[in-house]
Design a protein around this ligand. Sequence first.
Ligand code: IMP
Ligand code: MG
Length: 177
Amino acid sequence: MQSKMEVLISREQIADGVARIGQEITRDYAGESVILLGVLRGACLFLADLARQIELDATFDFIAVRSYGTKKESVGEVQLIKDATDPLENKNVILVEDILDTGLTFTFLRKLLLARRPRTLKLAALLDKPSRRQMPVEADYVGFKIPDKFVVGYGLDYAERFRNLPDICVFSEDAGK
Ligand code: IMP
Ligand code: MG
């Protein structure tokens, strides 16, 4: 199925980008502990690989959101469907996201999480589509800035499919058949 799609970021490039973010986080939080808070479901592969590139005392937690809209577009309404389990107060929280697109999801999550008074809150996003932004937010750690193309693979889906592709590909309708 991947053979019908154009590879935008290969598995080797992904590994390099993830290693670089891991080094940045290791350096920025030297001597401290971090909570890696993954946003389900898209961030699960990124979190698994990133965690192994971070040489710090780290724990994992997960949060899940749903944004209503079509298969490709999220709309303004973001809903929390699974909350974090651990207390975040006075902790270094790194929110781990597959992609920062319009910024609506991060804007929603940032407000929710800041209310819990973490010591620090940062966003690590594997991908960033700056041209699509509707809210004035940026990620602290970015793997790759990409053009306005809908991508799948390495955790990213189209209607829940293609998350298991090892490379990040530009989605094409043909491949969905
Ligand atoms: P935002 O709220 O628009 O920033 O959207 C973030 C969410 O939209 C991501 O966590 C993804 O689930 C989804 N999304 C945005 N762009 C893409 C894409 O190109 N492929 C797959 N999912 C995407
Ligand atoms: Mg999605």
